[in-house]
Write a protein that binds this ligand. Structure first.
Ligand code: TYD
Ligand code: MG
Length: 454
């Protein structure tokens, strides 16, 4: 019987210690040590590890052959783009996201659409009947998709050897356990060992593997940070459960840019790719309504026009209320302070509620101008013209700063039929395309407000 030893492992960086410590000496995080039991048998001696049989030899980098990197087309435009143009053979991809956001749906749907590739979907969370029901709901069926409901890593590898799939999905890495480690599934050492074994499998056989991972309360992927280090690509699936839009972001990608972004819509029958997000985000006719302004924003590399809504009302209590959905509340507070200074907005007497339509979370600083305009529009109760949109970052002294990818923003606005766009001054360098849309350059927020509200 193997002797069981317990160690304390940092759930952030995976460092271990024989004693519990409050602050991790390696990563500096507090309160991250958790107790884990490990089996001490079946370990090799140090010299066995050091002088193992020779496998890989050092090569000169210029002698390494890359081939032409044949990427696997996943038949899903958004996913392909986020991965940098398809999936690379032998890559290990981690997909994280909140429970119920649609991770399993996205991957099952992708797998079912690949009818020429033999795929194995390993589920440690759902039974085969549940998977079948989901597949029926998605309404896709194919001949080459195998499913396996198993959580034991050794069993999984045996089955992989039997079936010899071209693409493997593990849903989720936190439910898988290996016999080599005695702690419970989902613990730091289990997740680390299992993913390391899967990584080895992926690299040695050239089979791409997608791992689905849970995220914890703070929004990062549960388990050690090392998990994110060992995989090639980390994707995050996010969105508000109450809305139908979902965003797929890449946080790390060894084979492509992390600036790309995919947008989906959750339907009754699975996820639908959204290739033109602006049209969805702008459906409502807000002619004549105050507190609405349209921002020409960029998320990732894609431009889209998005509705910013604000409601300003007189504060009933001593402390005014501030609430922002889809926008950073600290940033909003800063913008309100600028408004107070520049536009005589009485901050202390007003409740401010801000909402980015569609439940999207936008991080683009180019949203600033539109957030301020929406607040001011609601405060003055003057509607902004329907055909005007704007973009611009606002600085502390009320100056409007240049934003990136201005051309894309302008062209997107023009495509969607806007007549005017407010942009930061001196932002047009190198922009030579002839446009129908009237471009108004503004230097300060006062100028912008004068254009919008007079
Ligand atoms: P799921 O993929 O199980 O989420 P995760 O694996 O990230 O936990 O998605 C579950 C949610 O998606 C569930 O609340 C129902 C919804 N859903 C649809 O709206 N339409 C569908 O076709 C499917 C399969 C799920
Ligand atoms: Mg799931």
């Amino acid at each position: 019987m193997a002797k069981i030893k317990t160690v304390y492992v940092c759930s952030n960086c995976g460092n271990d210690s024989p004693k519990w410590i409050g602050k991790c000496p390696v990563c500096g995080e507090w309160n991250t040590y958790v107790e884990e039991s490990i089996a001490t048998s079946a370990t090799k001696t140090k010299s066995e590890i050091l002088y193992a049989t020779e496998k890989a030899k050092p090569l000169r980098l210029k002698d390494v052959e890359t081939g032409e990197d044949p990427r696997i087309d996943l038949k899903d435009g958004e996913l392909n783009r986020v991965l940098g143009g398809g999936m690379v053979p032998g890559s290990l991809i981690l997909l994280g996201g909140e429970p119920g956001i649609g991770k399993s749906t996205l991957i099952l749907q992708t797998v079912l659409n690949l009818d020429k590739i033999k795929t194995l979907y390993i589920s440690g969370e759902e039974s085969s009947r549940q998977l079948k029901m989901r597949a029926d709901r998605i309404n896709a069926n194919n001949e080459t998709c195998y499913i396996l409901c198993e959580t034991n890593l050794e069993q999984i590898f045996t089955q992989i050897k039997n079936i010899n799939p071209d693409f493997v999905v593990v849903d989720s890495i936190q439910t898988i356990h290996t016999e080599l480690v005695e702690s419970s599934p989902g613990s730091v050492s289990q997740v680390r060992e299992c993913s390391a074994a899967i990584l080895k499998f992926a690299k040695e056989t050239g089979t791409p593997v997608v791992l689905i991972g849970h995220i914890n309360k703070e929004g990062s992927i549960a388990g050690p940070k090392v998990l994110e280090h060992i995989v090639d690509t980390v994707l995050q699936f996010e969105g508000d459960q109450h809305y139908m839009y979902r965003i797929l972001r890449s946080i790390k990608n060894r084979f492509g840019s992390t600036a790309e972004l995919g947008i989906y819509e959750m339907r009754q029958n699975g996820l639908r790719e959204v290739s033109n997000p602006s049209e969805l985000l702008l459906t409502q006719n807000h002619e004549g309504l105050s507190g609405v302004s349209i921002a020409a924003a960029i998320e990732g590399l894609r431009p889209f026009l998005i509705e910013t809504q604000a409601l300003v009302s007189t504060a009933a209590y001593g402390t005014p209320q501030r609430s922002a959905t889809g926008f950073d509340i600290r940033r909003m507070n800063m913008l309100l302070a600028v408004l107070e200074k520049r536009a005589g907005f009485k901050l202390i007497q007003k409740d401010v509620f801000l909402n980015i339509a569609g439940g999207l979370k936008v991080n683009d600083p180019g949203m600033d101008l539109s957030v301020m305009s929406a607040v001011l529009s609601s405060n003055l109760d003057i509607a902004i013209e329907r055909s005007v949109c704007m973009t611009g970052e606002v600085g502390l002294s009320g100056e409007i700063r240049p934003v990136n990818r201005i051309e894309q923003r302008i062209l997107e606005a023009e495509k969607l039929g806007f007549n005017k766009i407010l942009i930061p001054q001196n932002n047009l360098k190198g922009f030579t395309t002839k446009t129908e849309i009237e471009i108004i350059q503004v230097r300060k927020v006062e100028e912008a407000f004068r254009t919008l509200f007079s």
